[in-house]
Write a protein that binds this ligand. Structure first.
Ligand SMILES: [Mg+2]
Length: 244
């Protein structure tokens, strides 16, 4: 019996071209750091720190891991860098929402699941602070629902596609993986949850739109010699209700 449903956000609850989005994000964020770095150095540090973060093995939070990497050789500036990121996220990030489309029926689906007494978890890769996860849930029209857990950069110490990311969630919500369903669009990042014993549901809405996934995760996928995990279920987001 399913007692919790975990939802990915990007290209699961909202649909957009992740590469175009990342470019627009960089274009807006880079000027905030030009007094410290050249545009090229800033972007190399940001991408390098994000890529490194995917390897965090749980000893420190993702936020600390990310910031250690981003601020290397400049430790004194860590608090300054963090506040610049946070300031950008709380003041400007929301404007990128014009690039995101909603999936019809998302709010009703999550509300129905919650009303049945099943826990809701927002399980977007914890590369962002809570403020950004909430903004993206708002773009999907589901930010006011009662989540049992929302993974973000400060409360997580693993990233997808590490199975331990999903085990960490189970610990937080007090459920065995076998009683959880992971719903997401990514054949590796989300469907790897199956390795923990979770049931998995691969959403097809973004494929129908033809949107690409963010290149960092695509690169991990192409480096992997292992076959992709086989989802238990596959279909549109709104089909999740039929499974539970
Ligand atoms: Mg996704």
């Amino acid at each position: 019996m399913i007692e919790a449903v975990l939802f990915d956000i990007d290209n699961t609850l909202i649909l957009f071209d992740e590469n175009a989005f990342f470019k627009a994000y960089m274009t807006r964020l880079t000027p905030k750091f030009l007094d410290v770095f050249t545009a090229e150095t800033f972007q190399q540090r940001l991408i390098g720190a994000t890529r490194a973060l995917l390897n965090n093995q749980g000893r420190i939070s993702n936020a600390d891991y990310y910031l250690n990497h981003f601020s290397r050789d400049m430790e004194d500036l860590k608090p300054e860098f963090w506040s610049r990121f946070e300031n950008f996220y709380t003041t400007e990030f929301d404007q990128l929402g014009t690039m995101a489309k909603t999936v019809k029926g998302t709010h009703d689906l999550l509300k129905t699941i919650s009303e049945r007494g099943i826990k809701l978890v927002a399980a977007s890769n914890p590369l962002w602070p809570l403020s950004v996860q909430m903004i993206r849930l708002a773009w999907a029209g589901v930010d006011t629902l009662p989540y049992s857990w929302i993974t973000h950069i400060e409360n997580s110490a693993y990233c997808k596609p590490q199975p331990k990311y999903f085990r960490e969630i189970c610990q937080k919500i007090g459920l065995q993986p076998e009683h959880c369903l992971m719903v997401g669009n990514d054949p590796l990042n989300d469907m790897i949850a199956g390795e923990t014993g979770m049931k998995t549901y691969l959403t097809t809405d973004s494929q129908i739109q033809g949107y690409t996934s963010f290149s960092l995760s695509t690169q991990i996928r192409s480096n992997s010699s292992q076959p992709l995990p086989v989802p238990d279920f596959k279909g549109p987001l709104t089909g999740v209700i039929d499974v539970i």
